[in-house]
Ligand binder design. Sequence first.
Ligand code: T46
Length: 143
Amino acid sequence: MAKIKVKNANFIKLPIFSNYPHGDLGVGEIKKNIPFAIKKFYFINHMFDPKTIRGRHAHKKLQQALFCINGSFELHLDDGYKKQRILMNDPSSGVFLGAKLWRVMKKFSRDCVILVLAGDYYKKNDYIRDYESFLRYVKNKTK
Ligand code: T46
């Protein structure tokens, strides 16, 4: 597994209990694998347009854990100083996304299913959807 180079992110490795050909069972536990209390989960699927690009934003405070539980996609992270591309194609290998990380998700396989665990409810004001504003925010020029 490659190393995470950007700030405020980490890989999350989940144990998988495999019972071929009867299926795999992956487990995540708060504190053990997931470093925050989960208030919400959501999933993203059916990205049938190969040109689909999702994300293109950062969060001021929200912490999330992201798992590609089927198929694959590319996760591009940017902490304002460093950038990193992560191929998400392993359900047992998720990514913790802390605050102040610009994320772009693209190149989804047709069968891609993403599971996201979030540390808070939906707050529109927590999103930074403009890249220049994000850079100013991380460099502490604006609040
Ligand atoms: C993130 C990445 C990984 C809600 O109404 N409630 C919610 O809890 C969420 C997460 C979204 N929405 C609405 C807001 C938009 O109208 O769902 C619609 C799609 O959301 P968005 O364009 O933000 O989707 P993505 O895939 O670009 O981003 C999502 C999360 O919003 C974001 O926090 O980090 O997944």
